[in-house]
Design a binder for this molecule. Structure first.
Ligand code: M6P
Ligand code: ZN
Length: 193
């Protein structure tokens, strides 16, 4: 078999404390304006946006594309903070392809991994460093940072899985994680029909 350059093994250097990978061909910052539709308290969002477009999290990607495969590694670093009463979190997405799972690994910090079929089934997994979770196909996934420090997690998936954000924005997760007296609490939310 004739190997192309992309068909040879690759190793990265990953730093768990900072969430950096080296080499890192792509960094995607997500600011509050990117999550406008995701946080519940729209007034709180707009008030913060008048002052600054706060950086909520950043994603560092490495695509492992070969002639016959399309895996990717993404390291996400969620900064600590609250919007209204709701903790900083990822937008959350469902894979476009119905046969695509993902593995999430909590490297640092504390929070929740929210998993939702958006059709009635829901799980909230309490997350701290060392927890590895398999996300089966068709479960929307969102990570919430409830700690005072950054939350770093790694996701391993196929690039062809695709990210569906619209379904999450329109239906919403069944529960939100809010701060009550400084402690995280899961609250059920009414679904947009
Ligand atoms: C993980 C992976 C990425 C994803 C990122 C942030 O690292 O699932 O594919 O982009 O988390 O999540 P979101 O895309 O929901 O903002
Ligand atoms: Zn995913």
């Amino acid at each position: 078999m004739m190997l192309k350059e992309i068909d040879f093994p690759i190793s990265l250097n990953f730093q768990p404390e900072s969430g950096m990978i080296e080499p890192c061909p792509q960094v995607t910052p997500r600011h509050l304006s990117d999550l406008r539709m995701m946080f519940q308290d729209h007034q709180a969002v707009e008030k913060i946006l008048e002052v600054e477009d706060r950086l909520i999290y950043e994603i560092r990607y490495y695509p492992f594309v070969t002639s016959h495969s399309d895996m990717a590694l993404a390291v996400t670093k969620i900064f600590p903070g609250i919007i209204g009463h709701e903790y900083h979190m990822t937008k959350g997405h469902k894979h476009e392809r119905p046969d695509q799972a993902e593995v999430y690994y909590c490297v640092k910090g504390e929070g929740y991994l929210l998993l939702d079929t958006l059709e009635g089934d829901f799980r909230a997994i309490q997350w701290n460093a060392g927890v590895v979770t398999h996300i089966p196909p068709m479960w929307a996934h969102r990570v919430v940072n409830t700690g005072n420090d950054v939350l770093v997690f790694m996701g391993i998936f196929h690039l062809s899985a695709g990210h569906d954000y619209d379904i999450v924005a329109s239906k919403g997760f069944s529960y939100r994680v809010i701060s009550v007296d400084g402690k995280p609490k899961l609250v059920e939310q009414f679904r947009n029909k």
